[in-house]
Design a protein around this ligand. Structure first.
Ligand code: SAM
Length: 285
């Protein structure tokens, strides 16, 4: 195997990570799995040669896609995760003691089994939590069929290539809307707008007719090269995005969370979008 892992997600731009040791390489029913060690990022998971998450910075991504919707909502009992096969999002959601059920819909059961065996540094014992309802299915089929309703829905999908492509469509978001309980919040992994701006603009344009409030918030996740990462935000409760900082502080204290990137202040600031990002979330003039 080449000493270097090369990601070619973006036209005209490639990134390389040195492979110190291959820990696993194989194919599941849906995608190619690779886990390797890198001196800077620790253990690195790639699916179809696209980096999914790393040991060193996964906490930023998982904290920032989990705590803002849950703490803004304030009374979450049921959460739906689409994707998330590495278990990092699940582990972060389960830290909220008020949550009684987490349904995780992952298309590739092999990724879950792989994560239980190789990614305990990300998922810990999340997959053994009795609140977990694990469904191995395509997320779009689940959202169109389930009778369950959720307070928060987190789309922790890979990028819109291969099996995840369908999770960036109007059809999927319409299904997501029907799964949300009244006042529920949908958040989405929406890439790095400096490279994937049209992906973010596309998601928001699909969400806008479905929800009263649509936007995004941002955080820097080092391994997702290109600066800020965007998280789509959609809800009919227009007050949630402006949850006062003092209330976020109260809820954060009450939740007793031990976080390394998320804080109420970081949450509040994450919605202060630079004009070039905000422009991607607004209708074209
Ligand atoms: N943090 C990563 C990122 O930002 O790209 C995402 C990590 S997680 C490993 C992505 C998961 O989405 C994978 O386990 C993949 O199998 C799953 N997935 C892709 N398409 C899916 C679909 N249509 N339905 C459900 N899960 C899907």
């Amino acid at each position: 195997m080449d000493k270097w892992f090369e990601e070619k997600l973006y036209p005209g731009y490639r990134t390389k990570l040195e492979i110190d040791k291959v820990l696993y390489e194989g194919n599941s029913e849906h995608q190619k799995l690779l886990l390797f060690e890198n001196s800077l990022y620790g253990r690195v998971l790639a699916l179809n040669d696209i980096i999914q998450t790393t040991e060193r910075d996964e906490f930023i991504y998982h904290e920032m896609l989990t705590h803002p919707p849950i703490l803004a909502h304030g009374a979450v009992r049921k959460v739906l995760i689409i994707g998330g096969g590495d278990g990092g999002m699940l582990e972060e959601v389960l830290k909220h003691r008020g949550i009684s059920k987490v349904t995780m819909v992952e298309i590739d059961g092999d990724v879950v089994e792989f994560s239980k065996e190789h990614l305990r540094f990300i998922c810990n014992d999340a997959f053994e939590d009795e609140r977990l309802d694990l469904v191995i299915a395509d997320g779009i089929d689940f959202v169109e069929k389930t009778d369950e309703r959720y307070d928060v829905m987190i789309v922790d999908s890979s990028d819109p290539v291969g099996p995840a492509e369908v999770l960036f469509t109007q059809r999927f978001y319409a299904g997501a809307k029907r799964c949300l309980a009244q006042g529920g919040v949908l958040v989405t992994q929406n890439g790095v707008p400096f490279h994937q701006g049209q992906e973010l603009a596309g998601t928001i344009s699909f969400l806008r007719p479905l929800f009263r409030d649509t936007s995004c918030y941002v955080a820097p996740v080092p391994i997702y090269i290109g600066g800020l990462m965007a998280f789509g935000w959609a809800t009919d409760n227009v007050t949630l995005r402006q949850t006062p900082l003092e209330r976020l502080r109260e809820r954060f204290r009450a939740a007793g969370l031990d976080t390394r990137h998320y804080s109420p202040e970081v949450h509040f600031g994450a919605f202060a979008l630079p004009p070039w990002v905000r422009a991607l979330t607004e209708p074209k003039k």
